[in-house]
Design a protein around this ligand. Structure first.
Ligand code: SF4
Length: 281
């Protein structure tokens, strides 16, 4: 279904809309696009996830960047970014439902009554609901950060869900440039770490290696959750303890780091240690 651009313009200029930002380049560039188009931004909102009551889901560089971006947005555009988090989910209700709250929530029905939820399973990722349930519904238009070169996502757009980027014709690269020149480019584009939750079961081995090396206190918490979880961390059955063992063996030179790793290498660490020279030399 196609919608009339002129009507969108009118409703966006007169009524304005709510912009939800992830602090990625596309959603932040929507601020600039709206400014150029003359579209009114009524509020800017962000869905925040917390690991525990005191530890955010994102790593410190991203937490700092978000504070900086909020400052810039307030100074340049006069809008206070509103941060929301889930307040009720999976039978947990309080001012801030954290990943840890739901992780330790005991199941009351189904096959596993009495067991805690533990890590999200590949199907039914409960963690994503913490984000999706965070932001209340607002009556005005919703501005989405769908870039002009993402036509597959255009089907999400409706008469009230509008894309300022599509309307102005900014592609993803241009959004990155806009952010760079407005000092709003997130460190996930420039540094070697992935955005999202530091405890994400989807992250790759290098990200887990970096987490263990750079944030040992977070790694220790992940190991604690791993010990308590009835569900393995990775959908292939590997646990955080498996990765911990792997990384310790790497540190000690017991497994090679310059060739393809196989989990069965960990089953014979003493042999590997004895022949370590063969792998490292
Ligand atoms: S980043 Fe990972 S852990 Fe966080 S909500 Fe998304 S899937 Fe879940």
């Amino acid at each position: 279904m196609s919608y009339c651009s002129l009507c969108n313009w009118e409703t966006a200029i007169i009524q304005g809309g709510t912009l939800s930002i992830s602090y990625g380049k596309d959603s932040l560039a929507c601020i600039g696009a709206c400014e150029h188009l003359g579209w009114k931004i009524n509020r800017i909102v962000h869905a925040e996830v917390w690991a525990t009551d005191t530890i955010p889901a994102e790593l410190p560089p991203m937490v700092e960047f978000k504070k900086k971006a909020d400052r810039i947005i307030k100074e340049r555009w006069g809008i206070e970014v509103e941060h929301f988090c889930a307040t009720s989910y999976a039978g947990v209700s309080n001012g801030k439902v954290t990943y840890e709250d739901v992780f330790y929530k005991t199941m009351t029905k189904g096959q596993f009554v009495g067991a805690i939820k533990g890590f999200p399973m590949a199907i039914g990722q409960w963690c994503q609901a913490l984000k999706l349930n965070a932001i209340p519904k607002f009556a005005d238009n919703t501005y989405l950060g769908i870039a002009a070169d993402e036509p597959k996502r255009f089907k999400t757009l409706t008469g009230t869900k509008l894309s300022p980027l599509k309307e102005i014709g900014w592609d993803e690269d241009y959004c990155g440039l806009w952010c760079k020149y407005n000092d709003l480019l997130s460190p996930t584009y420039t540094d070697s770490y992935r955005g999202g939750c530091w405890f994400c079961h989807y992250q790759g081995v290098e990200q887990l290696r970096l987490l263990r090396r750079n944030y040992p206190q977070y790694w220790d918490l992940l190991l604690k959750w791993d010990a308590d979880s009835p569900v393995p961390f990775k959908s292939d059955g590997h646990t955080v303890h498996d990765y911990d063992k792997r990384f310790r063996c790497e540190d000690e030179g017991i497994v090679p780091t310059d060739r393809t790793f196989r989990w069965d290498m960990l089953d014979r660490p003493f042999q590997m240690s004895f022949f370590g020279g063969m792998f490292n030399g």
